[in-house]
Design a protein around this ligand. Structure first.
Ligand code: SAM
Length: 291
Protein backbone atom coordinates (compact mmCIF):
# COMPACT_ATOMS: atom_id res chain seq x y z
CA UNK A 1 0.00 0.00 0.00
CA UNK A 2 1.27 3.48 -0.95
CA UNK A 3 2.28 5.94 1.81
CA UNK A 4 -0.29 8.32 0.32
CA UNK A 5 -3.13 5.82 0.68
CA UNK A 6 -5.55 7.45 3.11
CA UNK A 7 -5.74 4.36 5.35
CA UNK A 8 -1.95 4.10 5.55
CA UNK A 9 -1.42 7.84 6.02
CA UNK A 10 -3.87 7.88 8.93
CA UNK A 11 -2.26 4.78 10.48
CA UNK A 12 1.24 6.30 10.25
CA UNK A 13 0.11 9.61 11.76
CA UNK A 14 -1.77 7.87 14.55
CA UNK A 15 1.03 5.46 15.44
CA UNK A 16 3.47 8.36 15.81
CA UNK A 17 0.96 10.63 17.54
CA UNK A 18 1.68 13.25 14.86
CA UNK A 19 -0.23 16.52 14.97
CA UNK A 20 -0.17 18.94 12.02
CA UNK A 21 1.66 22.22 12.43
CA UNK A 22 -0.11 24.97 10.56
CA UNK A 23 2.94 27.20 10.87
CA UNK A 24 4.89 24.71 8.71
CA UNK A 25 2.22 24.63 5.99
CA UNK A 26 1.58 20.93 6.54
CA UNK A 27 -1.05 19.63 4.11
CA UNK A 28 -0.21 16.09 3.08
CA UNK A 29 -1.23 14.56 -0.26
CA UNK A 30 -3.35 11.44 -0.13
CA UNK A 31 -4.04 10.78 -3.81
CA UNK A 32 -1.76 8.39 -5.67
CA UNK A 33 -3.07 9.48 -9.07
CA UNK A 34 -2.10 13.11 -8.43
CA UNK A 35 1.33 12.06 -7.16
CA UNK A 36 1.92 9.90 -10.26
CA UNK A 37 0.84 12.84 -12.44
CA UNK A 38 3.28 15.20 -10.70
CA UNK A 39 6.18 12.80 -11.33
CA UNK A 40 5.06 12.30 -14.92
CA UNK A 41 4.86 16.08 -15.45
CA UNK A 42 8.39 16.42 -14.09
CA UNK A 43 9.65 13.71 -16.49
CA UNK A 44 11.77 12.04 -13.85
CA UNK A 45 14.01 9.13 -14.78
CA UNK A 46 17.24 7.53 -13.60
CA UNK A 47 19.24 10.29 -15.31
CA UNK A 48 17.80 13.01 -13.05
CA UNK A 49 18.60 14.06 -9.48
CA UNK A 50 15.72 15.53 -7.50
CA UNK A 51 15.55 18.06 -4.70
CA UNK A 52 12.32 17.82 -2.77
CA UNK A 53 11.21 20.49 -0.32
CA UNK A 54 9.15 19.25 2.61
CA UNK A 55 8.70 15.47 2.22
CA UNK A 56 6.15 15.31 5.07
CA UNK A 57 5.66 11.58 5.69
CA UNK A 58 7.16 10.74 2.28
CA UNK A 59 4.09 10.46 0.02
CA UNK A 60 5.66 12.24 -2.97
CA UNK A 61 9.19 11.10 -2.11
CA UNK A 62 8.16 7.47 -2.57
CA UNK A 63 7.00 8.14 -6.15
CA UNK A 64 10.13 10.18 -6.89
CA UNK A 65 12.53 7.58 -5.46
CA UNK A 66 11.09 4.90 -7.72
CA UNK A 67 12.11 6.88 -10.82
CA UNK A 68 14.97 9.26 -10.02
CA UNK A 69 18.71 8.65 -9.72
CA UNK A 70 18.61 10.21 -6.25
CA UNK A 71 16.32 12.34 -4.10
CA UNK A 72 17.54 14.86 -1.54
CA UNK A 73 14.58 15.92 0.60
CA UNK A 74 14.78 18.96 2.90
CA UNK A 75 12.45 18.76 5.90
CA UNK A 76 12.36 21.39 8.64
CA UNK A 77 10.17 19.47 11.11
CA UNK A 78 12.32 17.05 13.09
CA UNK A 79 9.20 15.24 14.37
CA UNK A 80 8.92 13.80 10.85
CA UNK A 81 12.41 12.24 10.83
CA UNK A 82 11.51 8.95 12.61
CA UNK A 83 8.44 8.66 10.37
CA UNK A 84 10.49 9.22 7.22
CA UNK A 85 13.08 6.64 8.21
CA UNK A 86 10.25 4.16 8.70
CA UNK A 87 8.44 4.96 5.42
CA UNK A 88 11.46 5.52 3.16
CA UNK A 89 14.24 3.62 4.95
CA UNK A 90 14.30 0.86 2.33
CA UNK A 91 15.29 3.27 -0.48
CA UNK A 92 19.06 3.60 -0.95
CA UNK A 93 18.63 6.68 -3.21
CA UNK A 94 16.81 8.94 -0.73
CA UNK A 95 18.48 11.32 1.68
CA UNK A 96 16.45 13.36 4.14
CA UNK A 97 18.16 16.57 5.22
CA UNK A 98 16.76 18.10 8.39
CA UNK A 99 17.22 21.72 7.39
CA UNK A 100 15.19 24.83 6.63
CA UNK A 101 15.33 25.07 2.82
CA UNK A 102 15.66 28.85 3.06
CA UNK A 103 18.91 28.41 5.00
CA UNK A 104 20.30 25.61 2.84
CA UNK A 105 23.49 26.26 0.89
CA UNK A 106 22.23 24.54 -2.25
CA UNK A 107 25.38 25.10 -4.24
CA UNK A 108 27.41 22.99 -1.87
CA UNK A 109 24.56 20.54 -1.12
CA UNK A 110 24.28 19.46 -4.75
CA UNK A 111 27.87 18.20 -4.66
CA UNK A 112 26.63 15.59 -2.19
CA UNK A 113 24.66 13.79 -4.92
CA UNK A 114 26.39 10.53 -5.89
CA UNK A 115 26.23 11.68 -9.53
CA UNK A 116 26.51 15.47 -9.17
CA UNK A 117 26.69 16.05 -12.92
CA UNK A 118 23.17 14.84 -13.67
CA UNK A 119 20.48 17.50 -14.28
CA UNK A 120 18.71 18.53 -11.09
CA UNK A 121 14.97 19.14 -10.86
CA UNK A 122 13.04 20.50 -7.91
CA UNK A 123 9.79 18.63 -7.31
CA UNK A 124 7.66 19.49 -4.31
CA UNK A 125 4.34 20.09 -2.68
CA UNK A 126 5.52 23.39 -1.24
CA UNK A 127 4.74 24.81 2.19
CA UNK A 128 2.48 27.60 0.85
CA UNK A 129 3.39 30.20 3.47
CA UNK A 130 6.87 30.56 1.92
CA UNK A 131 6.29 29.79 -1.77
CA UNK A 132 7.82 33.04 -3.06
CA UNK A 133 10.85 33.08 -0.71
CA UNK A 134 11.58 29.45 -1.70
CA UNK A 135 11.42 30.22 -5.43
CA UNK A 136 13.66 33.27 -4.95
CA UNK A 137 16.11 31.20 -2.88
CA UNK A 138 16.24 28.56 -5.66
CA UNK A 139 16.68 31.17 -8.42
CA UNK A 140 19.35 33.05 -6.48
CA UNK A 141 21.21 29.92 -5.34
CA UNK A 142 23.52 29.90 -8.36
CA UNK A 143 22.46 26.32 -9.13
CA UNK A 144 21.26 25.78 -12.72
CA UNK A 145 18.20 23.66 -11.84
CA UNK A 146 16.76 22.43 -15.11
CA UNK A 147 13.16 22.44 -13.92
CA UNK A 148 10.83 23.15 -11.01
CA UNK A 149 7.59 21.19 -10.85
CA UNK A 150 5.91 22.41 -7.72
CA UNK A 151 2.51 22.57 -6.11
CA UNK A 152 1.40 25.92 -4.76
CA UNK A 153 -1.66 28.02 -4.16
CA UNK A 154 -3.44 28.39 -7.52
CA UNK A 155 -3.53 32.16 -7.21
CA UNK A 156 0.28 32.30 -6.86
CA UNK A 157 0.76 29.90 -9.81
CA UNK A 158 -1.44 32.23 -11.89
CA UNK A 159 0.61 35.25 -10.86
CA UNK A 160 3.92 33.59 -11.69
CA UNK A 161 2.78 32.42 -15.14
CA UNK A 162 0.85 35.60 -15.99
CA UNK A 163 1.27 37.59 -19.21
CA UNK A 164 1.41 41.38 -19.56
CA UNK A 165 -1.88 43.31 -19.57
CA UNK A 166 -3.50 40.93 -17.09
CA UNK A 167 -4.35 41.58 -13.46
CA UNK A 168 -2.14 38.72 -12.26
CA UNK A 169 1.00 40.04 -14.02
CA UNK A 170 3.55 41.67 -11.75
CA UNK A 171 7.13 41.68 -10.48
CA UNK A 172 6.85 38.03 -9.40
CA UNK A 173 5.91 36.98 -12.96
CA UNK A 174 8.97 38.83 -14.23
CA UNK A 175 11.35 37.56 -11.52
CA UNK A 176 10.55 33.96 -12.47
CA UNK A 177 9.92 34.27 -16.23
CA UNK A 178 13.22 36.08 -16.74
CA UNK A 179 14.94 32.74 -16.00
CA UNK A 180 12.23 30.14 -16.53
CA UNK A 181 9.33 29.40 -18.83
CA UNK A 182 6.33 28.98 -16.53
CA UNK A 183 3.14 27.06 -17.23
CA UNK A 184 0.31 25.78 -15.06
CA UNK A 185 0.33 22.01 -15.65
CA UNK A 186 -2.88 21.12 -13.79
CA UNK A 187 -5.20 22.14 -10.97
CA UNK A 188 -5.50 20.12 -7.78
CA UNK A 189 -8.67 20.08 -5.68
CA UNK A 190 -8.37 20.77 -1.95
CA UNK A 191 -10.07 17.46 -1.13
CA UNK A 192 -6.93 15.38 -1.80
CA UNK A 193 -5.00 16.77 1.19
CA UNK A 194 -5.08 16.09 4.91
CA UNK A 195 -5.89 18.48 6.38
CA UNK A 196 -7.63 20.19 3.43
CA UNK A 197 -6.21 23.68 2.80
CA UNK A 198 -8.71 26.49 2.33
CA UNK A 199 -7.34 27.45 -1.09
CA UNK A 200 -7.17 25.74 -4.48
CA UNK A 201 -3.82 24.44 -5.64
CA UNK A 202 -2.00 24.11 -8.93
CA UNK A 203 1.07 22.36 -10.24
CA UNK A 204 3.33 24.89 -11.90
CA UNK A 205 6.02 23.66 -14.28
CA UNK A 206 8.96 26.00 -14.72
CA UNK A 207 11.63 25.12 -17.26
CA UNK A 208 14.95 26.93 -17.38
CA UNK A 209 15.56 28.99 -20.50
CA UNK A 210 18.87 28.49 -22.31
CA UNK A 211 19.41 32.24 -21.82
CA UNK A 212 17.53 34.77 -19.69
CA UNK A 213 14.53 36.15 -21.60
CA UNK A 214 16.21 39.53 -22.15
CA UNK A 215 19.78 40.70 -22.09
CA UNK A 216 20.16 43.52 -19.57
CA UNK A 217 23.22 45.48 -18.53
CA UNK A 218 22.60 45.07 -14.80
CA UNK A 219 20.34 42.28 -13.55
CA UNK A 220 19.97 43.64 -10.00
CA UNK A 221 18.96 47.04 -11.32
CA UNK A 222 16.49 45.45 -13.78
CA UNK A 223 14.77 43.65 -10.88
CA UNK A 224 14.82 46.83 -8.79
CA UNK A 225 13.04 48.72 -11.59
CA UNK A 226 10.43 45.98 -12.17
CA UNK A 227 9.68 45.81 -8.45
CA UNK A 228 9.31 49.58 -8.22
CA UNK A 229 7.06 49.66 -11.31
CA UNK A 230 4.49 47.54 -9.47
CA UNK A 231 4.99 49.07 -6.00
CA UNK A 232 1.60 50.78 -6.32
CA UNK A 233 -0.34 49.04 -9.06
CA UNK A 234 -2.82 51.86 -9.57
CA UNK A 235 -0.08 54.42 -10.16
CA UNK A 236 1.56 55.09 -13.51
CA UNK A 237 5.07 53.96 -14.28
CA UNK A 238 6.10 57.61 -14.05
CA UNK A 239 4.88 58.00 -10.47
CA UNK A 240 6.23 54.67 -9.32
CA UNK A 241 9.66 55.45 -10.80
CA UNK A 242 9.69 58.93 -9.23
CA UNK A 243 9.05 57.24 -5.91
CA UNK A 244 12.15 55.13 -6.54
CA UNK A 245 14.56 57.79 -7.83
CA UNK A 246 13.28 60.99 -6.21
CA UNK A 247 11.12 63.82 -7.50
CA UNK A 248 13.74 66.43 -8.45
CA UNK A 249 13.61 68.21 -11.82
CA UNK A 250 16.86 66.51 -12.76
CA UNK A 251 15.34 63.05 -12.16
CA UNK A 252 12.20 64.05 -14.08
CA UNK A 253 14.30 65.10 -17.08
CA UNK A 254 16.35 61.89 -17.01
CA UNK A 255 13.22 59.79 -16.64
CA UNK A 256 11.61 61.56 -19.60
CA UNK A 257 14.67 60.84 -21.74
CA UNK A 258 14.85 57.19 -20.67
CA UNK A 259 11.16 56.56 -21.37
CA UNK A 260 11.53 58.22 -24.75
CA UNK A 261 14.55 56.08 -25.62
CA UNK A 262 12.69 52.92 -24.57
CA UNK A 263 9.59 54.02 -26.53
CA UNK A 264 7.33 53.85 -23.47
CA UNK A 265 4.59 56.35 -22.60
CA UNK A 266 4.99 58.05 -19.22
CA UNK A 267 1.32 57.41 -18.56
CA UNK A 268 1.69 53.63 -18.99
CA UNK A 269 1.23 51.31 -16.02
CA UNK A 270 3.73 48.58 -15.21
CA UNK A 271 1.29 45.84 -16.17
CA UNK A 272 1.27 47.06 -19.79
CA UNK A 273 4.99 46.43 -20.29
CA UNK A 274 6.45 43.18 -21.58
CA UNK A 275 9.58 41.80 -19.93
CA UNK A 276 11.55 42.87 -23.01
CA UNK A 277 10.26 46.45 -22.63
CA UNK A 278 11.26 46.44 -18.97
CA UNK A 279 14.73 45.36 -20.11
CA UNK A 280 14.98 48.34 -22.52
CA UNK A 281 13.68 50.68 -19.85
CA UNK A 282 16.16 49.52 -17.20
CA UNK A 283 19.08 49.92 -19.61
CA UNK A 284 17.87 53.39 -20.69
CA UNK A 285 17.54 54.48 -17.05
CA UNK A 286 21.09 53.28 -16.39
CA UNK A 287 22.36 55.23 -19.43
CA UNK A 288 20.80 58.33 -17.89
CA UNK A 289 22.80 57.68 -14.74
CA UNK A 290 19.79 56.69 -12.65
CA UNK A 291 20.52 53.73 -10.38
N1 SAM B 1 5.44 16.40 0.48
C1 SAM B 1 4.43 16.10 1.47
C2 SAM B 1 3.14 15.75 0.78
O1 SAM B 1 2.96 16.16 -0.38
O2 SAM B 1 2.31 15.08 1.39
C3 SAM B 1 4.22 17.27 2.45
C4 SAM B 1 3.95 18.64 1.82
S1 SAM B 1 3.47 19.88 2.98
C5 SAM B 1 2.50 20.92 1.95
C6 SAM B 1 4.93 20.90 3.22
C7 SAM B 1 6.09 20.25 3.94
O3 SAM B 1 7.16 21.21 4.01
C8 SAM B 1 5.83 19.83 5.39
O4 SAM B 1 6.35 18.55 5.59
C9 SAM B 1 6.59 20.87 6.23
O5 SAM B 1 7.02 20.39 7.49
C10 SAM B 1 7.75 21.20 5.30
N2 SAM B 1 8.36 22.53 5.51
C11 SAM B 1 7.76 23.68 5.92
N3 SAM B 1 8.64 24.70 5.95
C12 SAM B 1 9.83 24.20 5.52
C13 SAM B 1 11.13 24.78 5.34
N4 SAM B 1 11.37 26.07 5.59
N5 SAM B 1 12.13 23.97 4.92
C14 SAM B 1 11.90 22.65 4.66
N6 SAM B 1 10.70 22.06 4.82
C15 SAM B 1 9.66 22.81 5.24
Amino acid sequence: MRISDMTRTRAILERHGFTFKKSFGQNFLTDGNILAKIVETAEIDEKVNVIEIGPGIGALTEFLAEKAAEVMAFEIDDRLLPILSETLGHFDNVRVVNEDILKADLKSRINEFKQPDLPIKVVANLPYYITTPILMHLLESGVAFSEFVVMMQKEVADRISAHPKTKAYGSLSIAVQYFMEAKVAFIVPRTVFVPAPNVDSAILKMTRRAEPLVFVKDEDFFFKVTKAAFAQRRKTLWNNLLALFGKSDEVKEKLTQALKKAGIAATARGEALSIEEFGCLADALLEQGLS
